[in-house]
Design a protein around this ligand. Structure first.
Ligand SMILES: NC(=O)C1=CN([C@@H]2O[C@H](COP(=O)(O)OP(=O)(O)OC[C@H]3O[C@@H](n4cnc5c(N)ncnc54)[C@H](O)[C@@H]3O)[C@@H](O)[C@H]2O)C=CC1
Ligand SMILES: CC(=O)C(C)=O
Length: 261
């Protein structure tokens, strides 16, 4: 690997798992660019400050992952601003909680556009940038345990995560000759705003108070606790390092023991 300072782009990283990953990659010595939606601008700029306090350069690009042009622009701006580009973490994602019977065309299109198309645009944009410098690179995608074992009431969401696993395998096969590895992380129950939403929606559906649904899920975890973003960032740190150079096409579960693949 070259001695130049490495740069990573993490999408949807103003908060939650993406923020945890961005901070860990900064601790690993990466310069880090992050993207998020316009309404997350203040939180994103705060995250940029926290990354810089770790002694590396950081940059925020306002970009909607569902928009191909904006994702390509984010990768290009990352390279131009920070001077190198080695790793993309296609983290941005949204959840949707409802029985299959209630899913509308609009809901399905929206979740597909963010969770599937967004990952594909990130793969395309990163591969193009890696190829232009002929140096290989690492692509790391956000999957989920529900990409291995779908959850009831999370049918649309689970379907998108199965698609991410498929994209990860196909991209790994296509891009291996260019020294680009493609892997995914599959978290379980990570206590971020996404799970606040799932807990609220599932609770409302089953008529149980807030906090009870997530507690029930956590009680089923073999290691006895819910996950935090650092648990996921530790895996991404490995996938972003040379230590994972011989691993590609894998969607790795990091869930404390819920789904046993
Ligand atoms: N929280 C959990 O238990 C799990 C989360 N995941 C996945 O991990 C990833 C991160 O999840 P969390 O941090 O929990 O979610 P979160 O909702 O806390 O954070 C997601 C971030 O992505 C951003 N985002 C949403 N749509 C976007 C778009 N179109 N373009 C750019 N940014 C966008 C949001 O503004 C937010 O900052 C997602 O892909 C999610 O599906 C997977 C398994 C479990
Ligand atoms: C949000 C999500 O992917 C799970 C498994 O909870």
């Amino acid at each position: 690997m070259s001695t130049a300072i490495r740069t990573a782009l993490v999408t949807g990283a103003s908060r939650g798992i993406g923020k945890g990953i961005a901070l860990q990659l900064a601790k690993d010595g990466y310069q880090v660019a992050i993207t998020d939606l316009p309404q997350q601008r203040d939180e994103a700029l705060e995250t940029v400050k926290e990354i810089e306090q770790l002694g590396v350069r950081a940059h925020f690009v306002e970009a909607d992952s569902s928009n191909r042009e904006q994702v390509f622009k984010a990768v290009n701006e990352t390279y131009k601003t920070l001077g190198s580009f080695n790793t993309i973490v296609n983290n941005a994602g949204i959840a949707s909680v409802e029985p299959l019977a209630d899913i509308t065309e609009e809901m399905m299109n929206r979740i597909n556009r963010v969770n599937i198309n967004g990952v594909l645009w990130g793969i395309q944009a990163a591969a193009k940038q890696f190829e232009s410098t002929n140096q290989g690179g690492k692509i790391i995608n956000a999957c989920s345990i529900v990409g291995h074992d779908a959850f009831a009431m999370l049918g649309a969401y689970s379907t998108t995560k199965f698609a991410v696993r498929g994209l990860t395998q196909a991209a790994a096969k296509e891009l291996a000759p260019k020294k680009i590895t493609v892997n995914a992380y599959c978290p379980g129950i990570v206590l971020t705003p996404m799970w606040d939403l799932i807990d609220e929606k599932l609770g409302a559906y089953h008529n149980v108070p807030r906090g009870e649904t997530v507690k029930k899920f956590i009680d089923s975890i073999a290691l006895g606790r819910g996950s935090n973003p650092q648990d996921i960032a530790n895996l991404v740190s490995f996938l972003g390092s040379e230590k994972s150079d011989y691993i590609t096409g894998q969607s790795i579960v990091v869930d404390g023991g819920i789904v046993f693949t």
